[in-house]
Design a protein around this ligand. Structure first.
Ligand code: PLP
Length: 447
């Protein structure tokens, strides 16, 4: 197939990335180590990152809006985190014993996260969600868990229900999950009445960080309903935790779940996950003086790298910075400015669309005009409008065009995760990069 102008420029300007891809494609499926890092014709390879920037193997400086899949709100290679990690490395990276650092990390989680009476660390968000589901099932003695359409909770067999890439997952496992459309509390109530529901699990800003936003009022409705019916309410704050506010979506929207799951910012750029919540739930991990309980009811939790000292040191320092400095306000302000200027750009270019989102999680919705509520994030669209927004050919060309202009967004140019280091100059350069890229997209007849 012939190359578009945008693709040809990407190929011409990234020969070093191409040569690495020619090795990687024989090593890794699709040549990558995470499904979302695939990119046609080949992914970009980077060497280093600092603040809001990273550098590709060609030496180009790139404004980064992937920000470590949302983990780097502090900016890349934050000097305090780098020092904490170096110090921890020198002291031993895995000592198979309890440490002061894990106490500090746990205390900070408890201090910042409203529902966190007790905490347990894992190494990823996927593991944290697996643990939360198991705790809810053990606590209620029930099996089924309600999740919502397209909400992402990691890649465990259960959490993948309703997603794609379901090969290898037993149908029996998927049958223990009930996937519902969000924002319909009557349907959730009916489902709870008719099934043995252990928990309701949700991404609190909507699926994929807020791609399909939900109004905070739905969280309140779920809180009331789960209270009334004795179902565990699980807000998965892997993305929103320590981002949407210091205390996550829970604090911002004033909803306290029974259990929450945390990762990304929690680890300060190192692998880390945690389940936190009501003591009576999390304490199901505790051994009791009762052999039968320990054998049949206790929730087991080993894990070699749980609370390893390097993640604990990076994570504790990150949470300290979240607690003591205005990280969240800075990221929100930068994102607010970017949102405003991007919306002005779309207006100026007469391109239908809007940039929306809560705080520092922005979504670029192209191709349709629509009204957004006062929160700047919530709106309603028809399926055909969504199809226009999700136009994959346009969006993938947009991503390549933006990379050519030195900007790396998430999700093919349609998602920007902003951190505290994004400066006014970065925002100006980003808007200019979108202007040039959207012009090319328009010239290619894609918008
Ligand atoms: C809401 C949510 N839950 C869970 C996960 C899984 O976390 P991890 O990638 O650390 O396994 C993610 C990852 O993006 C997520 O966004």
């Amino acid at each position: 197939m012939s190359k578009t102008k945008i693709e040809q420029r990407y190929i011409d300007e990234h020969p070093e990335s191409l040569s690495r891809y020619n090795i990687s494609k024989h090593l890794f499926p699709n040549g990558v180590t995470h499904d979302a890092r695939r990119l046609s014709p080949f992914p970009l390879y980077v060497t280093q990152a600092k603040g809001s920037h990273k550098w590709d193997v060609e030496g180009n400086k790139i404004i980064d809006y992937k920000t470590g899949h949302g983990s780097m709100i502090l900016g890349h290679s934050h000097p305090d985190i780098v020092k904490s990690v170096h110090d921890a490395m020198n002291l031993g990276t895995q000592m198979g014993s309890s440490t002061d650092m894990e106490i500090k990390w746990g205390q900070l989680v408890r201090e910042l996260v409203p529902c966190a009476e007790k905490v347990r660390f894992q190494s990823s968000g996927t593991e944290a969600v697996m643990m939360a589901m198991r705790l809810a099932r053990a606590f209620t003695g029930r099996t089924k868990i309600i999740k919502f359409d397209d909400h992402f909770h990691g890649w465990s067999d259960y959490a993948m229900a309703g997603g794609s890439g379901l090969g290898g997952i037993p149908q029996e496992t998927l049958d223990t999950m009930i996937v519902l459309p969000p924002n319909n509390i009557d349907l959730v109530e009916k489902t709870i009445k008719e099934n043995d529901i252990a928990a309701v699990m949700i991404e609190p800003t909507g699926s994929h960080m807020g791609l399909h936003p939900i109004p905070p009022s739905f969280l309140h409705q779920l809180r009331d309903l789960t209270d009334k019916t004795g179902v565990v309410f699980h807000m998965d704050e892997v993305v929103t935790g320590f981002r949407i506010s210091k205390g996550g979506a829970s604090k911002k929207f004033d909803v306290i779940p029974d259990i929450t799951t945390l990762a990304k910012i929690l680890g300060g750029g190192m692998p880390g996950g945690a389940v936190a919540g009501k003591s009576e739930l999390i304490n199901l991990i505790e051994f009791q003086n009762d052999a039968d309980f320990n054998q049949n009811e206790r929730v087991s939790h080993p894990g070699t790298f749980n609370a390893n000292p390097v993640s604990a040191a990076a994570g504790a320092k990150a949470l300290e910075l979240v607690r003591d400095t205005n990280v969240n306000d800075k990221a929100d302000q930068a994102a607010g400015k970017l949102k405003k200027e991007m919306n002005e750009l779309l207006g100026k270019m007469e391109i239908p669309g809007k940039v929306t989102g809560h705080g520092s999680l922005l979504f670029v919705r192209l191709g349709v005009d629509f009204e957004v509520e006062d929160d700047g994030a919530s709106f309603e669209l028809t399926d055909s409008q969504w199809n226009i927004i999700n136009h994959s050919e346009r969006n993938s060309q947009l991503h390549l065009a933006l990379l050519n202009e030195g900007v790396d967004p998430m999700s093919n140019g349609t998602r920007l995760i902003v951190g505290q280091e994004h400066s006014d100059q970065d925002i100006k350069d980003t808007v200019l990069a979108y202007e040039k890229s959207l012009t090319e997209i328009r010239d290619a007849g894609l918008i």
